[in-house]
Design a protein around this ligand. Structure first.
Ligand SMILES: O=P(O)(O)OC[C@H]1O[C@](O)(CO)[C@@H](O)[C@@H]1O
Length: 645
């Protein structure tokens, strides 16, 4: 058994939300936005934070309509249209990483030399910040954490020898365990096949998106183990995954992934899967693997129940940058993907991204384009279009990486900035038959990133479907045509080109965008490594479930009466609020918010009851859910246990 407990890092210190007085932009002039100079942690100079509400838009000829929106003093001008000048711009700015076979073309983004010059000091500061981060600075100040995903592929860079050996030991353990599972040395106890054939990965967000993207991109046609995912608390979705496994549940390795070890969706997925194991008389512990931080709820459960294996997550690796930790590496290795190649590709890309000359640093070039195109305030969305089916999930993966990192209400100095960069996209050329019409001719609120893969299919397999033209030529033509057509209509685009979709190039792509996010975050002075907004949603969900328990208790009590006492919504709400809400109500009345809170609660109680009624857990005595004012509700069966629990 590959249990490597004890090598996880200790759990993180408690986190306090950062509350600072809000500062506002102090002066806005017509052609320029200037802001008070502020000091900055880890060496970032002041930035021209631009209030989101100031709209900016390129007009159809590429000129800026609202000049006050410019994040720098540089005026935007129309995009270059002269073919020769454009070719020179292409050649001048083309980035190539020879060893990785990766190109980055930023020529179709209209930044000017003046803009680049103005941004230069900010880039130098961002490079210094990245350097400090890699040396182990507390780059996630709210949570008091280091940010160390770069060490995962270059352990020698880890700030202590303990961390270095932790990374290396974990990687070895992942490889050994995966090798033993694939070879059949580690086998499920009661499978007729005598070896594991399936992986069921249970996790959400950063504990799912990386493994999903990599599986889609790199899993061979006949992997040693096939993978499927439970990444939600949707019971029907979970049932579907379990039903699809059918009798192969007996040969399924269940990998439960959660950095915190307490995410409700993941816990629910685990409980549902464990029930499915019980229902089929299978011993879950012999087939369960946990990837989590040491001593988390999940870790303790796995240890106490004696699961097959446990692998560590580190508090200095964020969920959305965890693909190169056990989170991504274990599922990938089990599918026969060369994870050391993935790590090598990422390490090479990291190395390139340490260049302090803008033109030689691909991540910085991306950040420059994002800043230019979205005015440094996310005023334009990033549409990601990989022209390759296997990269379908790249945009979804990037959506979390970019939006959960950059979407921030406050900057590092406590100013309300409401930052972000919206990401969406699926794949080309498929999307040309969906929304490219709007991109070409409709609202101009985006820039595009094309991902191009030069090699169409393995050598020896291609054929011409018409003289001189292959199927892949069409895909190539669609990409180039769309890029040109968009540009002709002043729509900017970036093109990232890789030779092939391989573990090495996928590792490099992940590393490229991880670093671009880090650099961009420095440019706009935000903490890219926390996600306070997500916590608010989780907390609110907890409150809804707590309210549901109270509603259930009230209905139980009324339904146990002889005769049963059906209740209106108002009656349920009133009984729910006593006695523990009295305090809340008094303070709400005191602050003149009573009506609002009452309204929200009664609406929520209505939704709770409607949901229970839809699932046969509450019965409507009078009226219907469609007329909430009048309906009366009771529970079908009086649950005395619950009532007196
Ligand atoms: O790995 P965990 O702790 O279950 O968290 C899953 C995801 O939830 C988030 O915290 C957002 O809720 C992501 O950042 C994270 O990747």
């Amino acid at each position: 058994m590959a249990s490597i407990s004890g090598i996880c890092s200790s759990s993180s210190p408690s986190v306090k939300p950062r509350l600072k007085p809000l500062l506002r932009a102090t002066s806005l002039r017509r052609n320029m936005v200037s802001f008070p100079i502020r000091t900055h942690r880890i060496g970032i100079p002041p930035v021209h934070s631009v209030a989101r509400e100031i709209s900016s838009e390129l007009s159809d000829d590429g000129a800026l309509k609202n000049e006050t929106a410019a994040p720098t003093k540089v005026k935007k001008k129309g995009l270059e249209k002269d073919p020769r000048a454009l070719w020179l711009r292409y050649v001048d700015w083309l980035y190539q990483h020879k060893e990785l076979g990766l190109f980055l073309d930023v020529s179709r983004v209209g930044f000017t030399d003046e803009f680049v010059a103005e941004m230069e000091p900010r880039f130098q500061a961002a490079f210094r910040a990245m350097e400090e981060l890699e040396k182990g600075a507390i780059a996630n100040p709210d949570e008091g954490r280091m940010v160390g995903h770069y060490w995962l592929r270059s352990p020698h860079l880890a700030p202590t020898s303990r961390l270095k050996s932790l990374i290396e030991t974990t990687l070895d353990a992942v490889c050994d365990f995966a090798g033993d599972v694939v070879s059949g040395k580690i086998k499920p106890p009661s499978s007729p096949e005598g070896r594991f054939t399936q992986i069921l990965s249970v996790g959400i967000g950063g504990s799912a998106l990386g493994p999903q993207f990599v599986a889609e991109a790199l899993a061979p046609d006949n992997p040693p183990l096939k993978i499927r995912f439970i990444d939600n608390t949707d019971p029907a979705g979970i049932d579907h995954q379990i039903a699809q496994l059918g009798p192969e549940l007996a040969s399924t390795l269940v990998i439960v992934i959660s950095k915190s070890g307490g995410t409700p969706e993941t816990r629910n997925g685990l409980l549902e899967v464990q029930k499915a194991f019980r229902d089929t008389s299978l011993d879950f512990s012999k087939q369960g693997v946990a990837i989590t931080q040491e001593n988390s709820l999940l870790d303790n459960t796995a240890r106490i129940e004696g699961w097959l294996a446990r692998f560590p997550m580190f508090d200095w690796v964020g969920g959305r940058t965890s693909e190169m930790s056990a989170v991504g590496l274990l599922p990938a290795a089990l599918q026969g993907i060369d994870i050391r190649e993935m790590l090598a590709g990422a390490a090479l890309m990291d190395e390139a991204n340490r260049a302090t000359v803008l033109k030689k640093n691909p991540a910085a070039l991306l950040a420059l384009c994002w800043y230019w195109a979205s005015d440094g305030v996310g005023s334009k969305d990033m549409v990601v279009l990989p022209y390759k089916d296997s990269l379908l999930l790249f945009s979804r993966y990037l959506q979390q990486l970019v939006m959960e990192s950059l979407g921030n209400e406050f900057d590092l100095d406590g100013n309300r900035v409401k930052q972000g960069l919206t990401v969406y996209g699926n794949k080309g050329s498929t999307d040309q038959h969906a929304y490219i019409q709007q991109l070409r001719e409709g609202v101009h609120n985006f820039f595009v990133t094309f991902i191009e893969v030069l090699c169409d299919r393995p050598p020896g397999h291609d054929w011409e479907l018409e003289p001189g033209v292959t199927c892949g030529d069409y895909l190539f033509g669609m990409l180039q045509g769309t890029r040109s057509a968009l540009y002709a209509n002043n729509r900017e685009s970036i093109t990232v080109t890789v030779q092939e979709v391989t573990p090495r190039s996928v590792g490099a792509l992940i590393a490229l965008y991880e670093r671009a996010v880090g650099i961009y975050a420095s440019l706009v002075n935000i903490n890219a490594y926390h996600q306070p907004g997500v916590e608010a949603g989780k907390k609110a969900a907890g409150e809804v479930l707590a309210l549901q328990k109270r509603v259930l208790a009230v209905l139980n009590e009324a339904s146990c009466k002889e005769p049963v006492e059906p209740l209106t919504l108002e009656e349920v709400a009133e009984r729910c609020h006593a006695p523990e809400d009295v305090h809340i109500l008094i303070s709400c009345v005191f602050r003149n918010h009573f009506a609002f809170i009452w309204h929200v609660n009664i609406e929520m109680i209505y939704k709770i009851i409607a949901h229970m009624a839809s699932n046969d857990r509450a019965l409507i005595a009078e009226g219907s859910c469609g007329s909430p004012r009048s309906f009366k509700v009771f529970l079908g069966e009086c649950n005395v246990d619950e009532l007196y629990a």
